[in-house]
Design a binder for this molecule. Structure first.
Ligand code: NAD
Ligand code: MN
Length: 361
């Protein structure tokens, strides 16, 4: 294919500033690949206007007319709003985007010279765990105080397919690493998958997760991949002290959500890390960050997470060379260090960073 149709869902806050930046980069790619973009509605603002956070038309257009999609960010309120439910969680479910692939990769530069290098890939289960949102609240008759419960779902089906993505990713990363000189690699060993869980406490739910993902490792295809485990709390501890100890990390939905923001801090900013929501039929990529209401509308959001997400989109749609040219252009701008947004120590605007990356393509 030389023409791709991409759905764009900027949604709320800085999503509306960083999605156009990603589009600008795709449009300035050299080579024969062309794009048609379709703008689609979703988000909290759209909900306030229309009563729908995820219009049916958006889901149908993604399913029927798009090769893939780029999502910005949504401003989900922290309090319950009648009739509202997060559209990104909804899209992951509706399109069966069962694994969330989150590379956290640092680029060495003068600014971060004393930062530990990071090159890890977090695979977050994307359809279940506590995010099925089965919650209830009761009043304890004895005390008249409220008690709230949430159901946590872990299935063998979802754990297995997420586990497979982790092992496949480990093999792929290992293949790609072969072209990098050993002294430039952060991860130098055999491919490794670390299974994150808390089955010392949650022996039934996390126990099923752990056993199921471990069983994936028994496949002959993965005989060269090392497997180890890390309890989620010590995972955070170790990741901060020794991020180079991790290659691929696979985690249930909520642990994966939390660990990946932590990994973003190690890399330097949430504004740098992209993610891909992948299923068997569709891929939707998005920055890991949210709508950042504290900086929205000020032209200072870092567009790199969204731009790298456009790269991930091309990678997952089967255009690795185009993806690589985006990653290389981003890396060059980070290395130079003169045109960066305030979150990574610079003074440039969103537009200036986008332009600088464009000039490197
Ligand atoms: P956030 O990721 O929006 O922001 C956290 C901090 O990181 C803020 O200080 C913000 O300014 C900074 N930051 C984030 N992205 C940045 C960027 N590109 N450039 C520079 N700085 C950046 O998380 P939050 O503040 O906890 O949540 C804000 C809103 O976003 C909430 O309504 C939440 O529900 C929503 N949210 C949405 C998603 C999503 O759409 N997938 C993910 C997380 C949070
Ligand atoms: Mn998150």
């Amino acid at each position: 294919k030389t023409k791709l149709t991409i759905g764009l869902i900027p949604a709320d806050g800085i999503g509306k500033e960083v999605t156009p930046a990603a589009v600008a980069i795709l449009e300035s790619l050299k080579g024969p690949l062309q794009f048609d973009f379709i703008n689609l509605d979703a988000g909290f603002e759209h909900f306030q206007k229309t009563g729908k956070a995820l219009p049916e038309k958006t889901v149908e257009t993604l399913e029927n007319a798009c090769d893939g999609a780029l999502f910005g960010a949504v401003s989900s309120p922290s309090h319950r709003v009648e009739g509202y439910s997060s559209p990104i969680v909804g899209m992951r479910k509706r399109l069966d985007l069962y694994a969330n692939v989150r590379p956290a990769i640092s680029v060495p530069s003068a600014q971060n010279a004393n930062q530990t290098p990071v090159d890890m890939l977090i695979i977050r289960e994307n359809t279940e765990c506590l995010y099925i949102k089965q919650e209830k609240i009761e009043t304890d008759p004895a005390s008249s105080l409220k008690v709230a419960y949430a159901t946590r779902k872990i299935s063998e089906h979802a754990s297995r397919r997420c586990g497979k993505v982790a092992f496949e990713s480990a093999l792929k990363r290992d293949r790609l690493r072969q072209s990098v000189p050993l002294n430039q690699r952060v991860w130098k060993g055999k491919p490794k998958v670390t299974i994150v869980h808390k089955s010392n406490v949650l022996s039934i739910t996390d126990g099923l997760w752990r056993e199921t993902v471990r069983a994936v490792a028994n496949d002959e295809k993965y005989k060269n991949v090392d497997v180890n485990e890390q309890l989620v709390d010590s995972m955070v501890y170790r990741m901060y002290l020794e991020p180079q100890a991790f290659d691929v990390v696979v985690a249930p939905n909520m642990y994966g959500d939390i660990i990946s923001d932590g990994a973003a801090a190690l890399v330097g900013s949430l504004g740098l890390v992209p993610s891909a929501n992948v299923g068997d039929k569709f891929v939707l990529t998005e920055p890991v960050h949210g709508s950042a209401p504290d900086i929205a509308g000020q032209n200072k959001a870092n567009p790199i997470a969204a731009i790298r997400s456009a790269g991930l989109l091309l990678e997952h749609l089967g255009y690795p060379d185009e993806a690589l040219s985006i990653y290389n252009a981003v890396d060059a701008v980070i290395k130079e260090g003169s045109v960066l947004t305030p979150d990574v120590g610079g003074r440039a605007t969103t537009d200036q960073v986008t332009k600088a990356i464009m000039d490197k393509l």
